[in-house]
Design a protein around this ligand. Structure first.
Ligand code: SF4
Length: 436
């Protein structure tokens, strides 16, 4: 994506009924650094391609440190599709994918956007690139199924379409609340083989010293990302929670790079400054603190934000944003960490445990569940997770139908009435608490 998605920028298009928007505050330095990093990612891939080097596309929770150690240039279709959706440019790709290309409407919308984009790169589709074709054509694919199995089918289609190999790590579903040692050995063996195969295909050499260095950078970045999220426990929260979504590309696409360290150190410093001064970037008084479950609804981020802002609701916790805080310090640790990184690979009790912890830590008064039409596995568990968490935590929730990239699966009216209902219950709870 050409620019990170900014909730702040999207929010500027408030409807006429809303009060006149405040003058836009200048972009913080951390965001400027992030913009530079994003531009560099695409530019480096383009230059590598020009030099005749092999460029890859990768699933967002693939062990990125492997590619970074080998000095490979990698682009991230999920992130790119999110950017297209957030900028309201997805429609031609969705139409092309479901029309001439013949894919089902039920597929993940990130996949639909990307499969169409890839077809255009492959001269099999005439859809125009809104970004000038910055996602250069890949020579190989890096894939894990820790996110979901739709990715597996999506990448199999890309592989067949462009006649390129997939380097795949099967992490399988986590039936326990921990990663068994047998599973660590299963995934570790695949990592070892993948490194050999990737070296043979790209002509790169594995350097263990370089890997140690990349791992350290990646751990530092995970720590900083986790810390930025953790600082939202201050009251009122130092920033509007949606803003953290904007920084995710530093973790999704650049986890093993020092440029992410610079972005995240700066972000932490800016958040700390707000805490010190008792200020917040959240534009109104924080009346309610909620957690957000599920992927951001990128095409309607501004509508989501505007609606929540009306009631002074700040999103202070998000299970999704923390998915990239992956910590480990050797290859076995890498196998363990990447098995346990994503909601869709985890069982309901792990999901519930993590969410209960977050609700407590951030003192949330409610939860909003994004029932994402693309993410069927996530939705399936979400129903039971909602029920159990609401019982255990004693806080209300609202869910809404949406999609992270297909703008057709969302109703502004539904979102507004669901939030209205949630606020009524949160207000009653608050009153009851205040009256003892
Ligand atoms: S279905 Fe959901 S988890 Fe799977 S690739 Fe699409 S957005 Fe990601």
């Amino acid at each position: 994506m050409s620019e990170p998605i900014t909730a702040q920028t999207n929010a500027a298009s408030a409807d006429q009924a809303a009060p006149a928007p405040k003058p836009k505050r200048p972009k913080p330095k951390s965001m400027l650094l992030l913009n530079e990093q994003t531009q560099a990612l695409f530019e480096n891939a383009r230059l590598a391609k020009e030099r005749g080097e092999k460029v890859g596309w990768s699933a967002s929770i693939f062990p990125q440190e492997i590619a970074e150690t080998l000095g490979l240039n990698i682009l991230y279709p999920e992130n790119h599709s999110a950017g297209i959706a957030a900028r309201h440019q997805a429609d031609p790709f969705l139409q092309d994918c479901e029309g001439p290309l013949g894919y089902s409407n039920d597929l993940c919308a990130y996949a639909k956007v990307n499969l169409s984009y890839a077809s255009a790169l492959n001269n099999e589709s005439t859809v125009e690139f809104p970004d000038g074709g910055k996602m250069v054509k890949p020579d190989f694919l890096l894939l894990t199924n820790n996110i979901c199995n739709q990715l597996t089918k999506w990448y199999e289609n890309l592989s067949r379409q462009m006649n390129i190999p997939i380097f795949f790590i099967d992490t399988c579903y986590n039936p326990s609340d921990y990663v068994t040692e047998t599973r660590v050995r299963y995934v570790r063996a695949q990592i070892d083989q993948l490194i050999k195969d990737l070296c043979a295909f790209t002509g790169k050499k594995w350097d263990d010293k370089r890997f140690q260095k990349v791992m350290k950078i990646s751990q530092r970045n995970s720590f900083l990302w986790e810390r930025a999220n953790s600082l939202m426990d201050h009251k009122p929260a130092p920033i509007g929670g949606f803003e953290l979504f904007n920084y995710m590309s530093a973790m999704v696409c650049n986890r093993g790079k020092t440029s992410s360290t610079a972005v995240l150190e700066q972000l932490n410093a800016e958040i700390e400054e707000h805490i010190k001064n008792g200020t917040s970037t959240f534009p109104v008084d924080e009346q309610y603190r909620i957690s957000w479950d599920g992927i951001a609804c990128w095409p309607y981020l501004s509508h989501n934000l505007r609606t929540l802002k009306k009631y002074g609701i700040n999103m202070v916790a998000s299970s999704y944003g923390k998915a990239w805080a992956i910590e480990y310090d050797d290859l076995d640790g890498m196998a363990r960490a990447y098995c346990f990184a994503s909601t869709n690979g985890d069982n309901a009790s792990t999901m519930i445990g993590r969410r209960m912890e977050a609700l407590k830590k951030f003192d949330c008064e409610g939860t909003i569940y994004h029932v994402n039409r693309s993410c069927k596995v996530m939705d399936c568990q979400m129903m039971e997770v909602q029920r159990q968490i609401s019982e255990q935590a004693g806080i209300p929730f609202a869910s809404f139908d949406g999609d992270q990239a297909d703008y057709r699966n969302y109703s502004e009216a539904q979102f507004e009435t669901r939030i209205q209902g949630l606020v009524e219950v949160m207000a009653q709870n608050k009153e009851a608490k205040e009256n003892g």
